[in-house]
Design a protein around this ligand. Structure first.
Ligand code: A3P
Length: 314
């Protein structure tokens, strides 16, 4: 067993964190033997990750997933702009076919099966799930290069990621915007209907009690990889006003699109165009394209919380 999970039994906490449709949660981490095999500094400490209990059942499959050298992994903390970057990569992979639909947010989502444990008997929900995304089984049939999206922290990615060395793009966005984006997405979500105030959500976020937390542990686990040739860090905040980010992705993935083509790609994947042409199910993802800007938190976060987020590390 390479992953160790401990179930959260604190009933007060569980009441507060009924996010993503899950009712039971675990803290997940790798065991000492697996830790010793990872190419991270020996004094780097991986923190447990807050995940729905369903992860425990699937952790072996996730750990043993067959990775391909030409896979492209787009990884992030949820709400960091993953769908945006995924669509840019997807377009590059598909020869910039701008006539094709944008791919929805759950498309290509590797470990999506760990979510939504309470909706198994709901036809409507199952239909939605089948329509928009693949799970681990389908990935085996995919033609290379596969573009795979994950929100797992570095140490919980499949073990072959470290030996096969596919390309990894990590999307980073500041914690305040991520936190607010998450609140708005889930409070009106068809199944989740996150109750409570935005302040209660901030407390959950700061205490590491939203799925995939802690945010800082997640980000830090990927910042350790910056020296690796097969790793690229992309910041949401750097993507909006220039094509530099898109150029970096183009070079990193060894595509040779011209500047003109990349300008077209940036326009095609602009917030306004994606919002206009999205085909997301809006009752599942209300307000998905809400603000789409960096620093939007300033309108919605009180100075006290801004200060707490700014001082917060893990
Ligand atoms: P907001 O809720 O702040 O608007 P993810 O895909 O990881 O779930 O991230 C969703 C966030 O990325 C949302 O932020 C969404 O608006 C933003 N986003 C999606 N497409 C975008 C684009 N083309 N340009 C800028 N932001 C985008």
């Amino acid at each position: 067993m390479s992953v160790v999970c401990s179930e959260i039994t604190d009933s007060v906490l569980l009441e507060k964190v009924a996010l993503y449709g899950a009712k039971r949660f675990v803290y997940a981490n790798i065991d000492a033997k697996t830790r010793a095999e990872l190419p991270f500094p020996s004094d780097y400490e991986f923190l447990p990750c807050f995940l729905p209990k369903k992860y425990e059942k699937l952790s072996n499959r996730i750990q043993n997933f067959k990775v391909r050298p030409n896979d492209i992994w787009v990884v992030s903390f949820p709400k960091a702009g993953t769908t945006w970057i995924y669509n840019i990569v997807h377009q590059m992979r598909n020869n910039l076919d701008f006539s094709a639909n944008f791919v929805p947010t759950l498309y290509g989502y590797f470990e999506r099966a760990i979510l939504f444990e309470n909706q198994n008997n709901d036809d409507d929900f199952e239909c939605f799930i089948n329509e928009v995304h693949k799970d681990m089984d389908n990935f085996d049939e995919d033609i290379s290069p596969r573009v795979i999206k994950s929100h797992l922290p570095a140490h919980l990615l499949p073990q072959e990621v470290w030996t096969v060395k596919p390309k990894i793009i990590y999307v980073h966005r500041n914690a305040k915007d991520v936190s607010i984006s998450m609140y708005h997405m889930f409070r009106n979500h068809k199944y989740i209907r996150l109750g409570g105030s935005i302040e209660e959500h901030f407390e959950n976020f700061l205490n590491g009690h939203v799925t995939y937390s802690s945010y800082h542990a997640h980000v830090n686990s990927f910042l350790q990889l910056q020296q690796m040739e097969n790793f690229l860090l992309i910041k949401y905040e750097d993507m909006a006003d220039s094509i530099d980010g898109i150029k970096k992705i183009n070079d990193f993935l060894d595509y040779s699109y011209s500047d003109n083509q990349l300008i077209q790609l940036a326009e095609h994947c602009s917030f306004d165009n994606m919002r206009k042409k999205q085909r997301f199910n809006t009752s599942f993802f209300p307000n998905f394209f809400r603000k789409g800007k960096a620093g939007g938190y300033q309108d919605e976060m009180s100075p006290e919380y801004i200060e707490r987020f700014d001082q917060w590390k893990v």
